[in-house]
Design a protein around this ligand. Structure first.
Ligand code: FES
Length: 165
């Protein structure tokens, strides 16, 4: 067998033997009882990333008038936290670019016609008519002509807290 023919034969043989393995590896596996037990163990692990990413916080209003919007971990992972239906009103929170330990909490409702602004990593932008706002909520581009409202906010332990009153 000549070298070229041999290499073609080896290539075809490799594809023929590895294809079923590749297909099996990409197929959804059925969970066994052992897998299910592992899943429960991972979910119960307080140090697990899955737990931190899906953690539910108690957002009821505390005695000091603050309520938790989410965790600092969630804020830092996503770059922002937002809730249109938060107990204090629509809110969006970012890290303060001038003070990495601080946070900025703004009313996410655009003063132009009431759409909710998005965080773009450098500014707030309204998806409806293109208004833009600086990190402190001031208008940098219309048609909005008023700044975003603000909330008092603080970090306590791993919670992002917003004043509700
Ligand atoms: Fe935001 Fe119009 S509602 S720019």
């Amino acid at each position: 067998m000549k070298r070229r023919a041999f290499m073609n034969w080896v290539g075809v043989s490799f594809m023929a033997t590895s294809l079923p393995v590749a297909i099996a590896a990409c197929s959804p596996a059925e969970d066994t009882a052992e897998d299910a037990a592992e899943d429960v163990t991972e979910a119960a692990d307080p140090c697990g990333a899955t737990e931190a990413a899906t953690e539910e916080v108690d957002s009821s209003v505390r005695d000091d008038g603050f309520a938790a919007l989410g965790t600092v971990t969630e804020l830092d992972d996503a770059g922002f936290l937002a809730d249109k239906d938060f107990v204090a009103g629509a809110v969006i929170v970012i890290r303060d670019p001038a003070n990495p330990d601080g946070i900025i909490a703004l009313d996410s409702m655009c003063p132009h016609q009431g759409c909710h602004v998005d965080w773009t990593d450098t500014e707030f932008a309204c998806p409806c008519h293109g208004s833009k706002f600086s990190t402190d909520g001031e208008v940098t581009d219309g048609p909005a002509n008023e700044a975003l409202g603000s909330y008092e906010a603080k970090i306590e332990d791993d919670l992002v807290l917003i004043q509700t009153t």
